[in-house]
Design a protein around this ligand. Structure first.
Ligand SMILES: C[S@@+](CC[C@H](N)C(=O)[O-])C[C@H]1O[C@@H](n2cnc3c(N)ncnc32)[C@H](O)[C@@H]1O
Length: 287
């Protein structure tokens, strides 16, 4: 059966996916008044023109079903190799110092989940200091993971056996229940608030209750630096959008979902006039 049409209106304009035929086949003709009453789910009677004959015709508009689409993921593969040089050129070593600030507090951890670590500069340092660490690195970029593996294996021979890399979205990863460290450096800012809420909720349920969480990210401080900070962060998002297709445009709030999951911030350090924060979170042991 052909779809009823009128002027430039289309079935999709009206949020209608298909027209269920309820009468004789033919091409229904709608005058403008009838067309106006064709809301989703409505049943309309019209005249079907079949040859010379005009016959009563009735059909039903079935609501348009949005087919679920895969979320658009950013692609960091292209910038994986030059990534650290881009970072050093734009911000010098300040991000590196931010990532490494709490490194000495992680030397006793045994099972780490490293989310979006990029080229692995942080994890390689952690392996140098703690070569018996079991780590799972999750990243959607295969090129970043290759660099990460090479760096970690060069840093600690054991990494060949103790490091597991997962080329998938962190949003779908279920961590081991032995995990006692979760690391996310400049990764949460790639996520929307709802994705971050879901990720924190799921990871917090699976890892050990006393696990440490190390999180570094940009922040917008108060005071006179507020406006320049907003502009810098907007420019960084624009650059990542052009280079990787990243869709996120604003910094999500990780403190609320972490607190909701029962964690407390046990230490923090701000740098770059308050625009960078690195934080240690942990769930307090049961009393
Ligand atoms: C901005 S880079 C940060 C890299 C590194 N952590 C650092 O501090 O420089 C973000 C990293 O997260 C990865 N990434 C982005 N979205 C992801 C997702 N949904 N799941 C896993 N990795 C993701 C990217 O491929 C990239 O390696």
């Amino acid at each position: 059966m052909s779809l009823p049409t009128k002027n430039s209106d289309t079935a999709h304009d009206r949020n209608i996916e298909q027209w269920k035929h309820c009468g004789d086949p033919g091409t229904p003709y709608l005058d403008s008044e009838m067309w106006a009453s064709c809301e989703s789910g409505s049943q309309v009677s019209a005249l079907a023109r079949s040859g010379e004959e005009a016959r009563p015709y009735s059909f039903k508009a079935i609501p348009f079903q949005q087919t679920p689409t895969e979320p658009i993921q950013p692609n960091f593969n292209r910038i994986a190799s030059p990534y650290r040089y881009l970072e050093y050129l734009t911000l010098g070593r300040i991000l590196e110092r931010c990532r490494d600030h709490f490194l000495p507090k992680l030397f006793d951890c045994q099972q780490a989940l490293i989310l979006g670590d990029g080229d692995g500069r942080f994890l390689a340092k952690l392996y140098t200091a703690n070569p018996t660490l079991h780590a799972t690195a999750v990243d959607i970029s295969a090129a970043m993971l290759n660099l990460l593996r090479r760096r970690c294996e060069a840093a600690a021979f054991n990494a060949k056996i103790l490091l597991l890399t997962c080329n998938s979205s962190a949003l779908e990863h279920t961590p081991s229940s032995q995990t006692d460290l979760v690391v996310a450096h400049f990764f949460f800012d790639c996520l929307t608030q709802s994705d971050l809420d879901a990720l924190i909720d799921r990871v917090a349920k699976h890892v050990r209750p006393n696990a440490l969480w190390l999180i570094s990210d940009f922040r917008i401080p108060g005071g006179p630096i507020r406006l320049p900070a907003r502009l810098i962060i907007r420019a960084l998002y624009l650059a990542f959008r052009i280079l990787t297709g990243l869709r996120t445009t604003r910094l999500p709030d990780h403190a609320t979902p972490l607190s909701r999951a029962g964690l407390i911030r046990i230490d923090h350090h701000h740098s770059m006039a308050g625009m960078l924060a690195t934080e240690l979170w942990q769930r307090p042991p049961a009393k």
